[in-house]
Structures are given as C-alpha cells and as structure tokens.
Design a protein around this ligand. Structure first.
Ligand code: ACO
Length: 325
C-alpha cells in the first residue's frame, strides 16, 4: 500500500568563526587539554560572535540546506527550529528565521527538547508531512550554549558550544516498503523525574533571567548509554531491521565516551559512527544536523544509506529516528 514518506532533500550547517581550544580554556579556568580530552574527546569548539544570534546561525544553515535541496523558501510550508537558546522569549525563533528567509506563508514554530531537540523536530516534521498537513519542511537545530554557560564553572564550560544544522524534508508518495527512502520510524521519550540533573537555573516565570547550566555529570552519563540504546533498539524493531543493516549512526555529540558506550552496547560495527564532538563539542540541538551535514558533504552518507540519528539531553529527553537517505 502506498504511503507518504518524508524524504531528505538537502542538508546545511553553520559554525561561528571563533574557535576556542582546550588550551584557551586552560587560561580561563583550572583545567587542561589532557583532562578535557580524556573525559570527553573534545579538543576545540566554535563560539558565537557578539551581535550574532541563534536565528542568524539557523538562517545560514537553512540557506545551505535549501540550496543543496534545489528548493527555494517558497517551497517550504513548515519551519521547525529546535533550540534551547531562542533569540527572544517570544516569538518563536522559527518566526524570526521565517522572516529572515523572506517567507510569510505556512507555519513555523520552535521545539524545546534540549539536546534531543533535532530528533524531536525530525519526528514532528515527519508527522506533519505524512499526515498531509505540510508538503516540505525545513528542520533546523540551532543553539548558542555559550550564552548560558557560567564561564567560571569548569565542570560545564568545557563541554558546550555553538552552531546550527538544517535539513529539508519533502513529502513523497512511496511504495510503503521498508526500503522506501525517507524517515522510516522514530521513538521519542521523556522522563521529567530527572529534570534537575541537567537544567538552567533561570527562566521567565521563576527569575526573569536566562540563567546558567547546571549538571550532575555522572548521573547524565549513567543514564545516557542505556536510554539511547533502548530507543535505537526500539526504532530498529519498528522498522524490522537489525543493527548490522545500518550504514551510519549519527549520534548526539555530547561526549566521546557516551558515543563509544552506545557503540559497544549495541555492537555497532566499527567505522559506522559519525563523530564531530572533537571539533564541535556539545552544540545541543545543532549537534546531530551538524554531524549529518559533514558526513553528507564528505561523501560518507549517500543516497540509499540507512542512517540512525539518536540523542539524549535535559528533561531527560531521548530519541532516535531511522532515515533511508
Ligand atoms: N578540568 C579539570 N578538572 C575538572 C573539570 C575540568 N574541566 N571539571 C571537573 N573537574 C574535576 C572535579 O572538580 C572533580 O575534582 P575532585 O575529585 O577534586 O572533586 C574531578 O574533576 C572529577 O569530577 P567528576 O564530575 O566526578 O568527573 P567525571 O569523571 O564524572 O567527568 C564529565 C565529568 C566529563 C562531565 C562526565 O561526568 C560526563 O561525561 N558526563 C556526561 C555529561 C555530558 O556529556 N553532558 C552533556 C549534556 S547531556 C547530553 O548532551 C547527553
């Protein structure tokens, strides 16, 4: 039976010009390249410029994704921006992005699921496209985590950074087979009992401030590998596929040890995991689309490949999506 699938048409990304290395950080707080590299795999990260905002990075990534998709903004009737660091309390950053891209039709809204935001946005766009509510979606992850970091807190300021990534998804009538191109299955999860283990201590209704990131690092680490592995297995089950069928796994880039832990637990064949955390650090909702775009651009991810995206973050939220490229 034929069905609509959400097919990837193009990808794009943006990284701010300024690069901050571990050695730079060692001049700011009591830390070292050795400590950061050993614990996280991070070597350097990009930091947004003064006067640059989340929407600017999102627009740059979106423009590249549109161009590579062979689409114009006129083709887009759904814009989703996954972000934890919006330009304004309201309107949604997606409204600002829509306006900067020169569109005033269709719908645009933000998704807030912290580091899992992009996976939540892909699954949300897939539902809008497959239900017929939209025809062509721009799905963006954009975050400037540097603006909610306490730069005196060495336990968090070495982990996070800034950037944006985007993909264009189009509704396509398909045969309805497991080898269709497009988003094949997704699983999203939230467990609010863990909210205080990774949170920002500000907010409109509590303090009227933006606040800073606080994290129980060991608790996050403890849950991350299990939670991510569970949703990947669930998505494989829904699609009738096996871990060996995957061509690529594109994980959220929080920490190389979490990425390695998932790889080991699931028995993902070596060399099939896309890693950018060494150069990007944790860019929250931007990390998965940044990694996706890098692997598409350098020719690793090709049309027809089975690509699993996965993430876990504040909330806790976690999720995975299987996409046939
Ligand atoms: N440089 C040097 N020393 C540091 C630093 C630093 N940047 N940060 C903390 N330390 C010190 C601590 O003060 C502590 O010192 P003490 O023993 O004298 O008290 C020591 O290092 C150990 O601290 P821990 O927090 O126990 O270190 P741990 O080995 O757990 O590593 C880390 C911390 C890297 C954060 C780890 O817990 C982790 O990877 N957690 C996952 C968190 C993560 O990736 N979060 C991202 C957001 S969530 C997500 O996206 C999935």
């Amino acid at each position: 039976m034929t069905r609509i699938r959400s097919v990837v048409r193009g990808t794009g990304s943006y990284l701010p010009e300024k690069v901050l290395t571990n050695d730079d950080l060692a001049h700011m707080v009591e830390t070292s390249d050795e400590w950061i590299t050993q614990r996280t795999g991070i070597k350097e990260r990009h930091i947004i410029a003064d006067g640059e905002n989340t929407s600017d990075m999102a627009v740059a990534a979106a423009r590249e994704a549109l161009e590579r998709a062979g689409k114009t903004i006129e083709d887009i009737d759904l814009i989703l921006v996954a972000t934890t660091t919006p330009d304004y309390t309201f309107p949604a950053t997606a409204s600002i992005v829509q306006n900067k891209l020169g569109s005033s039709h269709g719908m645009a809204f933000d998704i807030q699921a912290v580091c899992t935001g992009f996976v939540f946005a892909v699954a949300t766009a897939d539902n809008y496209l497959t239900s017929g509510m939209a025809k062509c979606a721009l799905v963006i992850g954009s975050d400037c985590m540097s603006r909610i970091l306490d730069w005196q807190d060495r336990s968090t300021c070495v982990l996070f950074a800034d950037g944006a990534g985007a993909i264009v998804l189009e509704a396509v009538e398909s045969p309805g087979e497991p080898d269709d191109r497009g988003v094949l299955a997704s699983t999203l999860r939230t467990d609010g009992r863990h909210w205080h283990k990774l949170y920002v201590d500000g907010g409109v209704s509590r303090s009227g401030t933006a606040g800073f990131i606080h994290m129980e690092g060991r608790e996050v680490f403890k849950h991350a590998v299990t939670m991510i592995s569970d949703v990947v297995v669930d998505v494989l089950k829904k699609s009738g596929m096996h871990i060996d069928d995957l061509d690529w796994v594109v994980p959220h880039q929080a920490n190389k040890r979490i990425i390695d832990g998932v790889e080991k637990k699931l028995g993902i064949p070596a060399g099939k995991v896309v890693v950018t955390v060494d150069r990007h650090a944790n860019t929250s909702a931007a990390s998965v689309p940044l990694a996706l775009h890098e692997a598409v651009k350098d020719g690793r991810i090709k049309q027809g490949d089975y690509v699993m995206i996965e993430a876990m973050g504040g909330g806790f939220t976690w999720g995975a999506s299987l996409i046939r490229w």
